[in-house]
Design a protein around this ligand. Structure first.
Ligand code: SF4
Length: 145
């Protein structure tokens, strides 16, 4: 599937083109909680430096254009993001009220899974060395529903 620059991946890595920070991950390693920014901020070198010694993907949630088939989470047959689908299906709900999120109108997870994704989204850390079981399964391309 060709990439659609108007649809944003909400779990982008810092090396992805056009990466913008839209949330800061707090909480703890085994219970991360994203705090959503009012406006996305481009991942400049100065912003990158704010992550300190850790990978920006540990402490920032970043958005960048969905790369479709170039991503190992993308299901060509279904034209959908398996990470979004599995997160909505496997991860626990962590908020009843949807977080105010600046990228919602263009977020692939929202477009695909709606409120089910947003109620689980705050526990997602793009890079997490100690994910709980549900998030580990959601992020593992070898695990299917
Ligand atoms: S899933 Fe919802 S809360 Fe998370 S980035 Fe997308 S629109 Fe925002």
């Amino acid at each position: 599937m060709p990439a659609d620059p108007t649809v944003l991946c909400p779990s982008a890595h810092p090396d992805m083109a056009g990466a913008r920070v839209f949330a800061v991950v707090g909480g703890s390693a085994d219970a991360p909680r994203a705090d959503y920014l009012e406006h996305p901020v481009p991942l400049t070198d100065a912003v990158r430096a704010l992550a300190g010694p850790v990978d920006p993907a540990e402490v920032f949630r970043m958005a960048s254009p969905c790369v479709g088939s170039a991503c190992h989470h993308f299901d060509d047959g279904e034209h959908s993001c398996r990470l979004a689908k599995k997160t909505a299906a496997l991860a626990p709900i962590v908020v009843e009220r949807l977080p105010r999120c600046a990228i919602r109108p263009t977020c692939r997870w929202w477009k695909q899974e709606g409120v089910s994704a947003c109620r689980r989204c705050p526990q997602v850390a793009t890079l997490n060395f100690v994910p709980h079981e549900a998030m580990r399964a959601a992020a593992d391309p070898a695990v299917s529903l």
